[in-house]
Design a protein around this ligand. Structure first.
Ligand SMILES: C[S@@+](CC[C@H](N)C(=O)[O-])C[C@H]1O[C@@H](n2cnc3c(N)ncnc32)[C@H](O)[C@@H]1O
Length: 450
């Protein structure tokens, strides 16, 4: 380990920052947050420092640095753009044995500022031992995403309760606190109260019905990510990219409950039963569904079941296939003066075309997006033409949308079924019908970071 992370209490402690520019301001900001008594020595200071000085958050000594400035300080920061001044600050701090940071100069520094994720009172410090500040910033970004904003308030709640129980002479066992923490920021308070009232109680778990997006694992929401990180059990569908499961807590159980077209799969009643049983046993369940749970996802049936059993339930939207496919294929779903509305339609027509009112689907200025339409493509194309849609209406098939294997096959209503056969389109496919397909521009898929 190149440097040992230690958290310093600096409240009310005199700290010196030499320099008045933006670099100095970055360090001063942290010192102010730590409630240090901040002294800035610089002939001039920039806007941010001037504001802090006006607010009384720092004392500005308007002059050049003198070695005596370090006397009595707990921390010294050299943050000027003058190497000579920085070297003399370093020499004075070293002579007085005071921890010293020279900005962007690890070799001269005895302490370094880590990249910080601040969820006060929770603080995460990241260091690459000075090797790559860029990597440290990137890591910080990832952790910022992972740690919900509420984690700080949750830590403060735990602290308050721990102190008040101690004052009352109570010392709950470690398992008590583990159960409260495992319930997470949202349900921790209820868990605390329930366990306090009855240590043997097992409060009901909750079920989060979560949209996993159409495929690209980076298309899930931060809320989905946070729920996965605190799930005990993940019940996932066939169309969920397995890479999304990697976001779940390491020891969470991952249970496949998928159904594939024409293949025997888990029945909806079984899925409902598994959700209910797990939640009643106190588990945090994430029911992970492809795309959005409320778009051809049977999410409605699942929330009704949970509500009927009094199980707390949240629904987190996901990017539905139509939106993912359109974006990654470069097809705008609406277009000024060309397509004024979009309709999402199921192409899963069990017994003949009488299920859909085709004449209502044929209207000017709109885009049709069929889900589950590949296997009935011939029938869909024929029915639309019979109902008056021109045979040369453009159609795009987006197969495996948003994944590396995405393919787009273009055609018109009269030949699209033949083209699908010729190209052997067989993966999950979204069918876009409308003039907007002519406005397709080949876009690059958004660059990934994972
Ligand atoms: C049962 S529906 C589920 C839809 C899902 N709830 C949503 O919001 O995207 C399954 C259909 O969604 C479409 N679909 C799902 N993922 C897709 C993908 N990656 N590429 C293209 N189409 C997809 C296909 O039409 C597939 O037959």
């Amino acid at each position: 380990m190149k440097a040992l992370p230690l958290f310093h209490r600096l409240d009310g402690e005199p700290c010196l920052v030499v320099g008045g520019g933006v670099v100095a301001a970055r360090k001063v900001r942290w010192l102010v947050l730590a409630d240090a008594e901040v002294h800035v020595v610089a002939p001039e200071i920039g806007e941010e420092l001037a504001e802090l000085a006006a607010r009384g958050s720092l004392m500005h000594h308007r002059r050049r640095f003198a070695a005596a400035d370090v006397t009595g300080k707990r921390l010294v920061v050299a943050a000027t753009d003058d190497d000579e001044v920085n070297a003399s600050v370093a020499a004075a701090a070293r002579a007085a044995n005071i921890p010293l940071n020279v900005v962007d100069n690890g070799a001269l520094s005895s302490v370094i500022f880590p990249s910080i994720v601040d969820r006060d009172p929770v603080t995460v410090a990241i260091s690459t031992g000075g090797e790559s500040p860029t990597l440290a910033r990137w890591l910080r970004g990832r952790l910022e995403e992972l740690l919900p904003a509420s984690i700080g308030a949750f830590a403060a709640f735990l602290g308050r309760k721990r102190r008040s129980l101690a004052e009352a002479g109570e010392r709950p066992p470690r398992a008590f606190w583990e159960a409260v923490v495992a319930a997470g920021p949202k349900r921790g308070e209820a868990q605390f109260e329930a366990l306090l009232a009855d240590p043997a109680s097992k409060p009901k778990g909750q079920v989060a019905i979560v949209g996993a997006g159409p495929g690209d694992p980076e298309l899930i929401t931060l809320k989905a990510l946070h729920l996965l990180l605190s799930a005990d059990l993940v019940l996932y569908d066939n169309l969920v990219n397995r890479a999304v499961l990697d976001y779940a807590r390491r020891d969470a159980e991952r249970r496949y409950v998928g159904k594939k077209r024409a293949f025997e799969g888990t029945r909806q009643e079984d899925i409902n039963r598994q959700m209910v049983e797990a939640a009643e046993a106190g588990l945090n369940v994430v029911r992970l569904k492809g795309g959005d749970p409320f778009v051809f996802g049977r999410g409605g049936e699942e929330i009704a079941t949970l509500a009927g059993r009094g199980i707390p339930c949240v629904v987190v939207p996901g990017i539905t296939a139509a939106l993912g496919a359109a974006s990654y294929a470069g097809i705008p779903l609406t277009y000024r003066n060309v397509a004024l509305s979009v309709r999402f339609i199921t192409g899963h027509i069990a017994r003949g075309s009488e299920d859909l009112d085709w004449s209502h689907l044929v209207a000017p200025d709109q885009t049709l997006v069929f889900y589950m339409g590949l296997y009935n493509l011939e029938r869909i194309a024929t029915a639309l033409q019979s109902s008056g849609m021109p045979p040369d209406m453009p159609v795009a098939l987006v197969e495996n949308a948003t994944l590396d294997t995405q393919r787009v096959v273009e055609g018109v209503l009269s030949d699209i079924a033949e083209r699908a056969r010729a190209e052997n389109v067989s993966g999950p496919t979204t069918v876009v019908v409308g003039e907007v397909v002519r406005f397709r521009s080949r876009t690059e898929p958004p660059a990934g970071t994972s």
